[in-house]
Design a protein around this ligand. Structure first.
Ligand code: SAH
Length: 245
């Protein structure tokens, strides 16, 4: 076992959606830094590791990124095997790339492990096929929340013919709605708002672009949630979901 930092995607919440590689990395870990969107149930795979919560809800009130960098570096330089566990996929709105670069620049061995990102999981769990043949020619993952506070190009996104999957959109529903309507997407375009995807408390609110804000208010939509916008969002393939108790 050599000093190394694994940047691991823990998936959207359901512990059965972990990859085998994530489980192996956790099994090797001596130190685990865990984000707040990670389901703590996955920690059963690293019973002997020191676990450090580094998320807002983990009691640290949004641990500054620089501090997380230094923590990973410190433990790696002590020769420890470190796992940085992130919700979903580490490289989808997860700063995995930034952290990998920062560590690699300091000579630390890094390995990235994919996780199932919330947008893809949420859609599938609700029976939505994001790239249904003949309905959507692709899928666009986009965040409503940018580092510099600027808005995504909703007008342009309205014209892509792809299903839009919006992350971090709960507090920006009005901007999303207004931008896409102004961009020419019809008010009747189906929208699915999926909260706590893949967890037992998963909830979904089906609506359409013209009504999504009022429907979300009535539904009391809360973060974490993803929005699926496009014709496929009307789909709901009936399925029976199973989870480990
Ligand atoms: N790296 C993560 C995304 C982190 S950004 C991934 O790949 O999934 C945080 C955003 O992800 C949240 O604001 C929400 O939009 C989304 N998200 C994360 N977990 C979620 C879940 N279980 N259900 C719905 N949305 C989720």
């Amino acid at each position: 076992m050599s000093a190394k930092v694994w940047l691991v995607g823990a998936g959207p919440g359901d512990p059965e959606l972990l990859t085998l590689k994530a489980v192996r990395a956790m099994g090797e870990a001596q130190v685990v830094l865990i984000d707040d969107l990670v389901n703590p149930a996955v920690l059963e795979h690293c019973p002997s590791a020191q676990v450090i919560p580094v998320g807002k809800r983990g009691g640290c009130r949004s641990t500054p990124q620089a501090f997380i960098h230094r923590l990973m570096l410190r433990y790696a330089r002590q020769g420890k095997c470190v796992v940085r566990l992130k919700g979903g996929d580490p490289c989808i709105f997860g700063r995995g790339g930034e952290e990998a670069e920062w560590l690699a620049e300091r000579g630390i061995e890094v390995e990235l492990v994919n996780g199932i990102t919330a947008g893809l999981a949420g859609a599938t769990q609700c029976g939505i096929s994001l790239t249904q043949r003949g309905v959507a020619r692709g899928v666009t993952l986009v965040t409503a929340h940018t580092l510099d506070g600027s808005s995504p190009e909703w007008h342009a996104l309205a014209k892509t013919g792809t299903t839009l999957v919006v992350y971090m959109g709960v507090s920006s529903l009005q901007q999303v709605q207004a931008g896409l309507l102004e961009g020419g997407l019809p008010a009747t375009t189906p929208v699915a708002m999926i909260e706590n995807a893949s967890l037992p408390q998963q909830r979904e609110c089906r609506s359409h672009l013209g009504a999504m804000c009022t429907d979300a208010t009535t539904f009391q939509l809360k973060s974490p949630a993803i929005l699926v916008i496009g014709e496929v969002a009307a789909q709901a393939v009936t399925q029976v979901l199973s989870q480990i108790a």
